[in-house]
Unconditional design. Sequence first.
Length: 273
Amino acid sequence: MTTIADLRREHQILASLMASLSISEQASPKEAERTRQNLVLFARHVTEHFAHEDPVLAELTMAPVGTAMRSAGDARLRESQSLAEGCASFSRYWSPPGAIERDPKSFGSALGILQAAVTRLIRREETEVYPLAVTGWAPQPVVAPPLTGVTELDDDHVEIFSMIGGLRAIVDDRQSTVDGPRVASLAVYAERHFAREEAIMEATAYPGLEDHRQEHHRARAILMGFRNDYLDGRRIDAVTVLKFLESWLSSHIADVDQRMVAHLRSSGSGHIQ
Ligand SMILES: [Fe+2]
Ligand SMILES: [Fe+2]
Ligand SMILES: [Fe+2]
Protein backbone atom coordinates (compact mmCIF):
# COMPACT_ATOMS: atom_id res chain seq x y z
CA MET A 1 0.00 0.00 0.00
CA THR A 2 1.22 3.50 -0.83
CA THR A 3 2.17 5.53 2.25
CA ILE A 4 2.52 9.28 2.67
CA ALA A 5 6.31 8.76 2.83
CA ASP A 6 6.13 7.10 -0.64
CA LEU A 7 4.09 10.04 -1.96
CA ARG A 8 6.61 12.53 -0.59
CA ARG A 9 9.40 10.60 -2.32
CA GLU A 10 7.43 10.73 -5.57
CA HIS A 11 7.11 14.51 -5.16
CA GLN A 12 10.89 14.75 -4.98
CA ILE A 13 11.25 12.68 -8.13
CA LEU A 14 8.69 14.86 -9.93
CA ALA A 15 10.55 18.02 -8.85
CA SER A 16 13.88 16.73 -10.13
CA LEU A 17 12.37 15.46 -13.40
CA MET A 18 10.79 18.86 -13.90
CA ALA A 19 14.13 20.58 -13.27
CA SER A 20 15.66 18.35 -15.97
CA LEU A 21 13.27 19.86 -18.54
CA SER A 22 14.84 23.33 -18.50
CA ILE A 23 16.50 24.05 -21.80
CA SER A 24 18.44 26.94 -23.32
CA GLU A 25 17.04 28.85 -26.29
CA GLN A 26 20.03 27.71 -28.37
CA ALA A 27 19.66 24.05 -27.47
CA SER A 28 21.29 21.57 -29.84
CA PRO A 29 19.09 18.91 -31.48
CA LYS A 30 20.69 16.36 -29.15
CA GLU A 31 19.79 18.39 -26.07
CA ALA A 32 16.24 18.92 -27.33
CA GLU A 33 15.86 15.18 -27.88
CA ARG A 34 17.09 14.45 -24.35
CA THR A 35 14.57 16.97 -22.97
CA ARG A 36 11.83 15.33 -25.03
CA GLN A 37 12.64 11.94 -23.52
CA ASN A 38 12.66 13.46 -20.00
CA LEU A 39 9.28 15.01 -20.77
CA VAL A 40 7.82 11.62 -21.68
CA LEU A 41 9.20 10.25 -18.42
CA PHE A 42 7.85 13.20 -16.44
CA ALA A 43 4.35 12.80 -17.92
CA ARG A 44 4.36 9.10 -17.02
CA HIS A 45 5.45 9.82 -13.44
CA VAL A 46 2.74 12.49 -13.01
CA THR A 47 0.05 10.04 -14.11
CA GLU A 48 1.41 7.30 -11.86
CA HIS A 49 1.69 9.70 -8.94
CA PHE A 50 -1.96 10.74 -9.13
CA ALA A 51 -2.98 7.10 -9.49
CA HIS A 52 -1.08 6.31 -6.28
CA GLU A 53 -2.20 9.42 -4.44
CA ASP A 54 -5.93 9.54 -5.23
CA PRO A 55 -6.87 6.39 -3.28
CA VAL A 56 -4.77 7.50 -0.27
CA LEU A 57 -6.57 10.85 -0.14
CA ALA A 58 -10.03 9.54 -1.12
CA GLU A 59 -11.19 9.37 2.52
CA LEU A 60 -10.92 13.17 2.70
CA THR A 61 -13.46 13.73 -0.07
CA MET A 62 -15.87 11.35 1.63
CA ALA A 63 -15.84 13.25 4.93
CA PRO A 64 -19.01 15.24 5.79
CA VAL A 65 -19.38 18.56 3.95
CA GLY A 66 -18.11 21.51 6.01
CA THR A 67 -15.48 19.51 7.89
CA ALA A 68 -11.80 20.39 7.77
CA MET A 69 -10.98 17.13 6.01
CA ARG A 70 -13.60 17.64 3.34
CA SER A 71 -12.54 21.18 2.44
CA ALA A 72 -8.86 20.17 2.19
CA GLY A 73 -9.78 17.08 0.14
CA ASP A 74 -12.08 18.97 -2.25
CA ALA A 75 -9.54 21.75 -2.83
CA ARG A 76 -6.78 19.25 -3.54
CA LEU A 77 -8.98 17.24 -5.91
CA ARG A 78 -9.91 20.32 -7.95
CA GLU A 79 -6.31 21.43 -8.23
CA SER A 80 -4.90 18.00 -8.98
CA GLN A 81 -7.47 17.42 -11.74
CA SER A 82 -6.65 20.69 -13.43
CA LEU A 83 -2.92 20.06 -13.06
CA ALA A 84 -3.27 16.54 -14.51
CA GLU A 85 -5.04 18.04 -17.54
CA GLY A 86 -2.39 20.76 -17.85
CA CYS A 87 0.44 18.21 -17.74
CA ALA A 88 -1.29 15.96 -20.27
CA SER A 89 -1.86 18.74 -22.79
CA PHE A 90 1.67 20.10 -22.27
CA SER A 91 3.23 16.73 -23.00
CA ARG A 92 0.85 16.02 -25.92
CA TYR A 93 1.91 19.29 -27.52
CA TRP A 94 5.66 19.10 -26.86
CA SER A 95 6.52 15.41 -26.99
CA PRO A 96 6.32 14.79 -30.77
CA PRO A 97 9.94 14.63 -32.08
CA GLY A 98 11.15 18.05 -33.27
CA ALA A 99 8.50 20.11 -31.45
CA ILE A 100 10.83 21.50 -28.75
CA GLU A 101 13.57 22.28 -31.27
CA ARG A 102 11.18 24.24 -33.44
CA ASP A 103 10.29 26.69 -30.68
CA PRO A 104 12.45 26.36 -27.56
CA LYS A 105 11.42 29.82 -26.35
CA SER A 106 7.71 29.00 -26.16
CA PHE A 107 8.57 25.63 -24.65
CA GLY A 108 10.54 27.44 -21.92
CA SER A 109 7.71 29.83 -21.05
CA ALA A 110 5.05 27.10 -21.04
CA LEU A 111 7.33 24.98 -18.86
CA GLY A 112 7.76 27.87 -16.39
CA ILE A 113 3.98 28.06 -15.89
CA LEU A 114 3.70 24.31 -15.44
CA GLN A 115 6.62 24.20 -13.01
CA ALA A 116 5.04 26.91 -10.86
CA ALA A 117 1.73 25.00 -10.78
CA VAL A 118 3.37 21.67 -9.88
CA THR A 119 5.47 23.29 -7.15
CA ARG A 120 2.39 25.01 -5.71
CA LEU A 121 0.33 21.82 -5.62
CA ILE A 122 3.14 19.82 -4.03
CA ARG A 123 3.55 22.43 -1.30
CA ARG A 124 -0.18 22.56 -0.60
CA GLU A 125 -0.48 18.82 -0.44
CA GLU A 126 2.43 18.49 1.94
CA THR A 127 1.35 21.33 4.23
CA GLU A 128 -2.46 21.29 4.09
CA VAL A 129 -3.65 17.92 2.88
CA TYR A 130 -1.25 15.21 4.03
CA PRO A 131 -1.35 16.33 7.69
CA LEU A 132 -5.10 15.66 7.71
CA ALA A 133 -4.73 12.25 6.11
CA VAL A 134 -1.70 10.74 7.75
CA THR A 135 -1.94 8.20 10.49
CA GLY A 136 1.04 7.14 12.56
CA TRP A 137 2.36 10.62 13.23
CA ALA A 138 5.30 11.37 15.51
CA PRO A 139 5.83 14.76 17.19
CA GLN A 140 8.24 17.10 15.40
CA PRO A 141 10.63 19.44 17.21
CA VAL A 142 9.02 22.79 17.95
CA VAL A 143 10.00 25.23 15.24
CA ALA A 144 10.33 28.91 16.13
CA PRO A 145 8.57 31.05 13.53
CA PRO A 146 11.10 32.80 11.28
CA LEU A 147 11.11 36.54 11.95
CA THR A 148 9.59 38.82 9.33
CA GLY A 149 10.99 42.08 10.75
CA VAL A 150 7.44 43.52 11.06
CA THR A 151 6.89 43.73 14.82
CA GLU A 152 3.10 43.36 14.82
CA LEU A 153 3.25 40.29 12.54
CA ASP A 154 6.12 38.72 14.47
CA ASP A 155 4.15 39.16 17.70
CA ASP A 156 1.16 37.45 16.07
CA HIS A 157 3.29 34.56 14.80
CA VAL A 158 4.81 34.02 18.23
CA GLU A 159 1.33 34.05 19.79
CA ILE A 160 0.00 31.52 17.28
CA PHE A 161 3.00 29.29 17.92
CA SER A 162 2.39 29.46 21.64
CA MET A 163 -1.19 28.31 20.96
CA ILE A 164 0.34 25.43 19.03
CA GLY A 165 2.52 24.76 22.10
CA GLY A 166 -0.71 24.46 24.12
CA LEU A 167 -2.05 21.91 21.63
CA ARG A 168 1.19 19.99 21.81
CA ALA A 169 0.88 19.80 25.59
CA ILE A 170 -2.57 18.25 25.13
CA VAL A 171 -1.15 15.64 22.77
CA ASP A 172 1.86 14.98 25.02
CA ASP A 173 -0.63 14.49 27.84
CA ARG A 174 -2.10 11.68 25.74
CA GLN A 175 -5.44 13.42 25.42
CA SER A 176 -6.84 12.69 22.01
CA THR A 177 -9.37 15.48 21.53
CA VAL A 178 -9.23 19.26 21.50
CA ASP A 179 -12.02 21.28 23.06
CA GLY A 180 -14.08 23.53 20.82
CA PRO A 181 -13.29 26.81 22.60
CA ARG A 182 -9.57 26.26 22.04
CA VAL A 183 -10.08 25.67 18.32
CA ALA A 184 -12.46 28.63 18.13
CA SER A 185 -9.94 30.97 19.78
CA LEU A 186 -7.22 29.79 17.42
CA ALA A 187 -9.48 30.47 14.42
CA VAL A 188 -10.38 33.93 15.73
CA TYR A 189 -6.76 34.81 16.39
CA ALA A 190 -5.60 33.53 12.99
CA GLU A 191 -8.39 35.52 11.34
CA ARG A 192 -7.24 38.75 13.01
CA HIS A 193 -3.68 38.06 11.93
CA PHE A 194 -4.66 37.33 8.33
CA ALA A 195 -6.67 40.57 8.22
CA ARG A 196 -3.68 42.50 9.56
CA GLU A 197 -1.38 41.08 6.89
CA GLU A 198 -3.90 41.65 4.12
CA ALA A 199 -4.34 45.29 5.19
CA ILE A 200 -0.56 45.84 5.03
CA MET A 201 -0.40 44.19 1.59
CA GLU A 202 -3.26 46.35 0.31
CA ALA A 203 -1.70 49.53 1.70
CA THR A 204 1.61 48.77 -0.02
CA ALA A 205 0.07 47.59 -3.34
CA TYR A 206 1.71 44.18 -3.05
CA PRO A 207 1.42 42.41 -6.43
CA GLY A 208 1.22 38.97 -4.76
CA LEU A 209 -1.78 40.00 -2.62
CA GLU A 210 -4.34 37.75 -4.34
CA ASP A 211 -2.19 34.61 -4.13
CA HIS A 212 -1.38 35.33 -0.52
CA ARG A 213 -5.05 35.91 0.27
CA GLN A 214 -5.93 32.58 -1.37
CA GLU A 215 -3.46 30.81 0.92
CA HIS A 216 -5.13 32.45 3.92
CA HIS A 217 -8.58 31.47 2.59
CA ARG A 218 -7.66 27.81 2.45
CA ALA A 219 -6.34 27.85 6.01
CA ARG A 220 -9.50 29.69 7.13
CA ALA A 221 -11.67 27.04 5.48
CA ILE A 222 -9.82 24.27 7.29
CA LEU A 223 -9.91 26.05 10.65
CA MET A 224 -13.63 26.66 10.13
CA GLY A 225 -13.97 22.97 9.37
CA PHE A 226 -12.49 22.13 12.77
CA ARG A 227 -14.90 24.56 14.37
CA ASN A 228 -17.84 23.00 12.49
CA ASP A 229 -16.71 19.59 13.72
CA TYR A 230 -17.11 20.88 17.24
CA LEU A 231 -20.46 22.60 16.62
CA ASP A 232 -21.85 19.46 14.95
CA GLY A 233 -20.79 17.33 17.91
CA ARG A 234 -17.93 15.52 16.16
CA ARG A 235 -14.71 14.89 18.03
CA ILE A 236 -11.80 17.11 17.04
CA ASP A 237 -8.68 15.03 16.90
CA ALA A 238 -5.85 16.88 18.68
CA VAL A 239 -3.07 15.32 16.61
CA THR A 240 -4.80 16.25 13.33
CA VAL A 241 -5.20 19.89 14.34
CA LEU A 242 -1.60 20.04 15.55
CA LYS A 243 -0.20 18.43 12.40
CA PHE A 244 -2.13 20.81 10.16
CA LEU A 245 -1.13 23.94 12.04
CA GLU A 246 2.50 23.02 12.37
CA SER A 247 2.90 22.15 8.69
CA TRP A 248 0.80 24.96 7.29
CA LEU A 249 2.09 27.73 9.49
CA SER A 250 5.77 26.94 9.38
CA SER A 251 5.68 26.64 5.61
CA HIS A 252 3.46 29.73 5.18
CA ILE A 253 5.56 31.96 7.44
CA ALA A 254 8.84 30.73 5.99
CA ASP A 255 7.77 31.07 2.37
CA VAL A 256 4.63 33.08 1.57
CA ASP A 257 4.99 35.61 4.41
CA GLN A 258 8.69 36.06 3.62
CA ARG A 259 7.88 36.95 0.01
CA MET A 260 5.53 39.66 1.29
CA VAL A 261 8.29 40.91 3.61
CA ALA A 262 10.78 41.06 0.72
CA HIS A 263 8.28 43.34 -1.04
CA LEU A 264 7.86 45.53 2.06
CA ARG A 265 11.63 45.81 2.30
CA SER A 266 12.21 46.65 -1.36
CA SER A 267 9.34 49.14 -1.45
CA GLY A 268 10.82 50.98 1.55
CA SER A 269 7.65 50.40 3.55
CA GLY A 270 7.66 51.87 7.04
CA HIS A 271 6.39 48.54 8.42
CA ILE A 272 9.87 47.01 8.64
CA GLN A 273 11.65 47.84 11.91
FE1 LIG B 1 1.05 14.82 -4.90
FE1 LIG C 1 1.51 35.42 8.80
FE1 LIG D 1 0.28 35.22 5.61
